[in-house]
Design a protein around this ligand. Structure first.
Ligand SMILES: Cc1cc2nc3c(=O)[nH]c(=O)nc-3n(C[C@H](O)[C@H](O)[C@H](O)COP(=O)(O)OP(=O)(O)OC[C@H]3O[C@@H](n4cnc5c(N)ncnc54)[C@H](O)[C@@H]3O)c2cc1C
Length: 459
């Protein structure tokens, strides 16, 4: 039976059942679930996406939309025999509109390709992630990606004017255009953004661009702890009057991990307990030097480096950008991606370290987007512990973490989404009426529950 529908589908669109493709396309970066897709399809244009979805709808076949597979919540995982629908061949790359500052692209264009294309005329799509070389525009929008510049520009949903979305019954919706001002009742486009592939498949997007800052400067500053980092954030804005492009936190053990894995020297005279990477708009050499002297003399900063060239800027960013990959190569990581309001981040971290961290079965690594109140909490499996015991221990400790977040009105998923991995956490950040309302929307659009089944919530 199985081979029959796969044979039929392979007559319509490029399809693979090669074991290496099933392995590669059935998983994302989480590496927690065993990939078991039945096949992978590679439609070449939006109409073929609709054809695949109509086919799945008629035959009752579960389908998982798949972008660059850099997701960290197992949203693109196909572990139950689903069909993987890869968007990577939707590679339309339009011309930048220099007046309206928009760009229309296929869902399979990578984040980096958008950057390279728009930078040619001094513009940028300000969604900037360490995974930019692989993650795709469709994936960025399906996850409402954040990244290192949220402090300045916000999330992906703020940088889209139009979206083309295929529904499970094969309908192709055109939601918005390149028109900036379009206030015509409820906005389905925003409903689709961040919906993690459970409501529709994004096939094309018209992105809003902005002017690239003419110059940016990067500093890496050693601090004693997160409290000093937060004081520094306030000082940079209110006393320094700095326009921040990024304000990132790196704990000591994360810095050490990057130094070890990438064989990089310590950027400071001594390895500090924590560091903050700051990117600032403008060419402000003298002003920044004076500001650094000021914060050092006030004891907010222990030591600091100011990049003097684009090569030095890239090399300072490497200490931040390579944390996820470096930790991943040192061991198995349990990950959480949380946020609280910035003003309560200090309180959160103190309680986390004193009351929650001791319950995790491994060492905790903290880094993230300090300026947004968003921390990535990673726990490494001790080498002698078997994975089963480790995951169980982490899940127990997660309950304490989520309780803490609920008490602080925080979020259990700041950027990465819920996917499969964080389903048990959803109720700590969303009330039952809200979840039930979204469930009703899901049932209206996908009554058979075929699109990315089991992700975000169960029907
Ligand atoms: C090193 C590293 C750093 C990262 N840093 C950040 C960061 O700073 N900020 C951040 O937000 N994330 C970050 N991420 C997570 C990840 O890169 C983002 O979530 C990204 O937006 C996922 O895009 P993708 O194309 O890889 O999507 P995938 O992983 O393929 O899919 C993610 C979800 O979107 C769905 N999906 C994918 N394409 C479509 C489509 N066209 N239509 C409908 N649904 C679709 C999938 O079904 C899945 O549910 C990082 C990941 C890594 C590995």
């Amino acid at each position: 039976m199985l081979t029959t529908w796969i044979d039929d589908l392979s007559q319509k669109v490029p399809l693979s059942r090669q074991p290496q493709d099933l392995q590669a396309y059935g998983r994302d970066w989480t590496r927690v679930y065993v990939p078991r897709p039945s096949a992978v399809v590679f439609p070449r244009h939006p109409e073929e996406v609709c054809e695949v979805l109509r086919f799945c709808s008629e035959r009752g076949i579960a389908v998982v939309p798949s972008g660059g597979r850099t997701g960290l919540s197992a949203g693109a995982v196909a572990a139950e025999g689903e069909l993987v629908l890869s968007l990577e061949r939707l590679r339309h790359l339009g011309e930048v509109d220099p007046l309206g500052l928009t760009l229309t692209v296929g869902a399979g264009i990578t984040n980096q390709e958008v950057h390279q294309h728009s930078e040619k005329i001094g513009l940028t799509w300000p969604i900037d992630l360490a995974s930019k070389g692989s993650c795709q525009v469709g994936g960025n929008l399906a996850t409402n990606a954040g990244g290192i510049r949220v402090i300045r520009y916000g999330h992906a949903r703020q940088w889209v004017t139009g979206l083309q979305v295929a529904l499970i019954d094969g309908t192709l919706l055109k939601l918005g255009t390149a028109v900036q001002k379009d206030n015509v009742g409820p906005d389905l486009r925003q409903l689709m953004i961040g919906s993690e592939g459970i409501l529709g498949v994004i096939t094309q997007a018209t992105l809003r661009l902005t002017i690239m800052p003419r110059e940016c400067q990067v500093m890496f500053l050693a601090v004693d702890n997160i409290d000093r980092g937060l004081e520094l954030l306030s000082h940079a804005r209110l006393q320094g009057r700095l326009q921040l492009q990024a304000f990132e936190f790196v704990a000591q053990n994360c810095l050490e991990a990057v130094m070890k894995v990438q064989d990089r020297a310590c950027p400071f005279a001594q390895i500090p307990p924590a560091a903050v990477l700051i990117e600032v708009e403008g060419r402000l050499d003298n002003e920044l030097e004076q500001w650094m002297e000021q914060v050092m003399s006030q004891g907010l900063v222990r030591d600091g480096v100011l990049a003097r060239s684009s090569t030095e800027r890239a090399s300072l960013w490497a200490y931040r950008d390579n944390i996820t990959e470096s930790l991943g190569s040192l061991g198995l990581m349990h990950k959480n991606d949380i946020a609280v309001e910035v003003g309560r981040l200090g309180e959160f971290v103190h309680t986390l370290l004193s009351e929650v961290a001791p319950h995790y079965p491994g060492q905790m690594y903290l880094f993230g987007h300090l300026g947004d109140g968003n921390l990535h909490i990673n726990v490494m499996k001790p080498s002698a512990m078997d994975p089963e015991t480790f995951w169980e221990g982490c899940q127990r400790a997660d309950q304490l973490l989520y309780e803490l977040l609920r008490n602080l009105n925080g979020s259990v998923s700041a950027e990465h989404g819920i996917g499969l991995l964080k389903k048990a956490a959803l109720s700590f950040s969303r009330g039952p009426h809200e979840v039930d309302t979204v469930r009703r929307v899901k049932k209206a659009l996908d009554p058979q529950g075929l699109l990315n089944p089991g992700k975000v919530f169960d029907l």
